[in-house]
Design a protein around this ligand. Structure first.
Ligand code: PLP
Length: 435
């Protein structure tokens, strides 16, 4: 359980949560889906890597040997984090998007006229445009799984009809970065496997909220980003080993042909990989029965390496806490008819990520104004389409929403403060009378 004491210990690990603005406002971050704050141990690990000696891989000198050890451990921790496999299946990159564009081009080399690929209307567009543009180049048909009638999930029945014997790839998100819906991956996976199509899962939003299960989901590809879970800006792709060995990556000729490095373009950010390892240790320690050790201990000690067991314990804790956040938030929305909440109206099978708009006399009000107004109080609550283009356009005729996302360090007091201020703002800015 994330107790009040543990929550206080957790928050102490994140220096950014204490950085007041000029007016003395303590920051409150509801923009976790856009990127998490970072625990001290991650920063320490990055600084330590650079202080001890920066180097490239493949040398005999001490710094190079240390770099290779960091790289190896980061790969090993990534595979544990994302659910199975071996470290040879992890490809690092700058972010998830660039890895999606890289691999879509490589895989599209194998497509032929008459093939099709099936993408999702719920997804962030990095997992749409990358595949769509590769398909356009290869002259392959793109089919979109539509949203269901209530616009809170995919239409799985329609997916069955779209996926056929010429489908080469099905790409869906594990959870919506806009409305938090966790998709029915098992169902889509079954459909893809039945016709021999590859399954690509975007776990970038999901992976800080639910355990990603690369193997159990039957994924061929899975994408995640460390900066969504408190790590540095580092992307990763988990891929079936056989797929990596069969495909022919675009690469610099003298660069290694050994998988998975042959898919990594240019020199990687080793300091980010060091930070990621520390983040995995933090994540592992979060699941400990007797609470979180101090950050000095967590980041540097291999006893805290993420294991299958510690991963399970941490997600168990985090999911239970986030479910109470979702329930609390749903009540807040219910009490406010001037806020139109989109997506699921229940706390099950969702992340604590909510999309809404302010409504007056049936008309959507300018959410940018509210986002800006809240920023004056040092509160981060984003506004836009968050690259979930199809979904945001279906939800609101403006194509834009306000997005409220909680993470495991978000407190109920922060949620209360946000809604107090929203109430004040809607009266002052939109002249809405509170019920
Ligand atoms: C669901 C989802 N997919 C993909 C991305 C893109 O990830 P990255 O910023 O690592 O390229 C994001 C980023 O917000 C996301 O939320």
């Amino acid at each position: 359980m994330i107790t009040q004491q543990l929550l206080m210990d957790i928050r102490k690990q994140f220096p950014a949560l204490m950085q007041t603005d000029d007016a003395g406002n303590v920051p409150i971050y509801f923009d976790g889906p856009g990127g998490s704050q970072v625990p001290h141990c991650v920063m320490q690990a990055m600084v330590a890597y650079l202080c001890l000696g920066n180097s490239n891989m493949g040398g005999y000198n001490q710094a190079s040997v240390r770099t290779m050890a960091v790289n190896d451990l980061a790969r090993q921790q990534a595979r544990v984090w994302l659910g199975g496999g071996t470290k040879a299946q992890i490809v690092f990159g700058q972010n998830a998007t660039s890895l999606m564009f890289m691999i879509s081009r490589v895989i599209a080399r194998t497509w032929q006229a008459g093939d099709n690929i099936v993408l999702s209307s719920l997804d962030h567009y990095s997992h749409v445009s990358s595949w769509q543009q590769a398909a356009d180049d290869a002259g392959v048909e793109v089919r979109m799984i539509p949203l269901n009638d209530t616009l809170n999930d995919l239409d799985y029945q329609a997916a069955e009809e779209l996926i056929d014997g010429r489908t080469r790839l099905v790409a869906i998100t594990a959870a919506s970065n806009l409305i938090g819906t966790m998709t029915d991956i098992a169902r889509i996976s079954q459909m893809a496997k039945a016709v021999g199509a590859l399954l690509s899962i975007d776990a970038v939003h999901a992976a800080v909220h639910i355990a990603s299960e690369f193997e159990a989901w039957g994924a061929d590809l899975l994408f995640a980003s460390a900066y969504k879970i408190g790590g540095p800006h580092l992307g990763m792709m988990f891929a079936k080993h056989a797929l990596l060995t069969q495909l022919r990556p675009y690469k610099v000729e003298p660069a290694t042909n050994v998988v998975p490095m042959s898919y990594e373009q240019g020199t990687q950010s080793f300091e980010s990989q060091a930070g990621f390892v520390a983040m995995m240790r933090y994540w592992s320690a979060l699941g400990l029965d007797d609470g979180l050790p101090s950050f000095d201990e967590v980041g540097t000690q291999s006893q805290y390496d993420l294991t299958t067991t510690s991963r399970q314990k941490t997600y168990h804790k985090v999911m239970a806490y986030e479910q109470t956040q979702s329930q609390y938030l749903l009540e807040k929305f219910k009490q406010r008819p001037f806020l139109q909440l989109y997506g699921k109206q229940s706390a099950s099978n969702r992340t604590p990520t909510f999309a809404f708009n302010v409504i007056k006399a049936g008309v959507i009000q300018d959410g940018a104004k509210l986002s800006q107004w809240l920023a004056g109080y040092n509160i981060a609550l984003g506004f836009g389409n968050f690259y979930a283009k199809n979904l945001s356009e279906r939800l609101a005729d403006t194509g834009t929403v306000l997005r409220l996302g909680c993470l495991h360090y978000t407190t109920f007091a922060e949620i209360d403060r946000l809604f107090e201020l929203i109430d004040q703002a809607v009266c002052e800015m939109y002249q809405i009378t509170l019920p």
